[in-house]
Design a protein around this ligand. Structure first.
Ligand code: EPU
Length: 299
């Protein structure tokens, strides 16, 4: 099996623009992109990676991702519609490509509560698990039961329970060659109106406290233990700091907003500049939460 065979079969496309797939709306093309809709597609990709290895990037909703202006020099794997289904029973099951807010809304509508916080996480189920995403005092680790993970390195599907995912703050054991294809979440019976009310209050809080309506990728840095990266960056006076078209948001200092004409490299350099200035001023070493894909150093 070669990439050429998979291109002929229509499973893989070459030189595919990626600027529309992230919330930042910039970045160069994928050398190869596979939209997978069946487990068998993942088997074919795993076999081809064995004979002709490429760097792999699994794409979720692109809400936490900066793709280099030069693109991604490898294979981007994107889950298609059949991996975006949501099924509600005693547990809530969702495909890895489903959006977290959609999971929250579907569960609440069916009278399964406890997942409302997911409405504040704009990523996919797969991305959310990989990062143990969270907001409003809850994380994926509080509600996950199991995840189905396809290992492109081994060509094997495995089921991981909560312990097997090794979840901690913005961390999981899901590897670079692994694709989360689905998950089950626990939720309790409750009144849909209560769920709706909680989701409304979360959405309202986000509108008031985060720079919605701008191009951004959520929190740029992880919070250091017991503190907030936004508070620290703000205290150093960096709101409004700009590199090219990327700017530290005036509303929340841990969000970096892309202005018209911004490039991925601008965000990358702004991240370095902010981290350097924060360390000089406070001694705190901030660690990025957003993911960078592709080359950034050799511009
Ligand atoms: N603050 C400032 N200045 C700022 C920003 C924040 O002083 O510019 C202060 C706030 O006033 C508050 C404290 O810092 O006292 C914490 O801020 P906030 O409540 O906005 O929470 P956060 O720690 O910045 C975390 C998550 C968000 C999540 C919110 C709400 C991280 C890195 N961020 O933000 O997650 O939405 O809590 O629960 O853990 C994300 O991960 O992408 C994300 C947006």
């Amino acid at each position: 099996m070669t990439w050429g065979t998979l291109i002929e079969a229509g499973l893989v496309r070459a030189d595919v623009p990626l600027d529309r797939v992230t919330t930042y709306k910039f970045g160069g093309p994928a050398q190869l992109l596979a939209e997978v809709d069946r487990l068998g597609d993942l088997d074919l990709i795993a076999q081809t990676l064995k004979t002709d290895p490429r760097p792999v990037l699994t794409l979720g909703r692109g809400s936490n991702l900066v793709i280099s202006d030069k693109g991604f020099p490898g294979l981007v794997v994107q889950l298609g519609p059949s991996f975006s289904r949501i099924e509600i029973s005693a547990v809530v099951r969702a495909g890895g490509g489903a959006g977290m807010p959609q999971v929250a809304r579907a569960a609440s509508k069916s009278g399964r509560l406890g997942l409302e916080f997911l409405v504040g996480i704009p990523g996919s189920v797969g991305g959310g698990i990989r990062q143990n995403a969270g907001c409003f005092g809850q994380e994926i680790s509080d509600v996950i039961v199991t995840a189905a993970i396809y290992d492109l390195g081994q060509g094997r599907l495995r089921t991981a329970d909560k312990a097997g995912l090794d979840l901690s703050y913005r961390h999981s054991s899901v590897g670079r060659l692994e694709v989360v294809i689905g998950a089950a979440f626990e939720a309790s019976p409750g009144e849909p109106e209560h769920g709706e009310e909680r989701m409304r209050s979360i959405t309202r809080w986000r509108r008031d406290n985060q720079p919605g309506g701008t191009l951004n990728a959520g929190s740029v840095f992880k919070n250091p233990p017991g503190d907030s990266a936004g508070r620290i960056i703000d205290s150093v006076g960096l709101k409004g700091l700009r590199v090219g078209g990327a700017e530290v948001s005036a509303r929340h200092a841990n969000f970096f907003v892309a202005m018209p004409g911004a490039r991925a490299l601008d965000v990358y350099r702004l991240v370095q500049e902010v981290a350097t200035r924060v360390e000089q001023a406070t001694g705190i070493v901030l660690e990025t939460e957003i993911q960078f894909a592709g080359e950034f150093e050799d511009h």
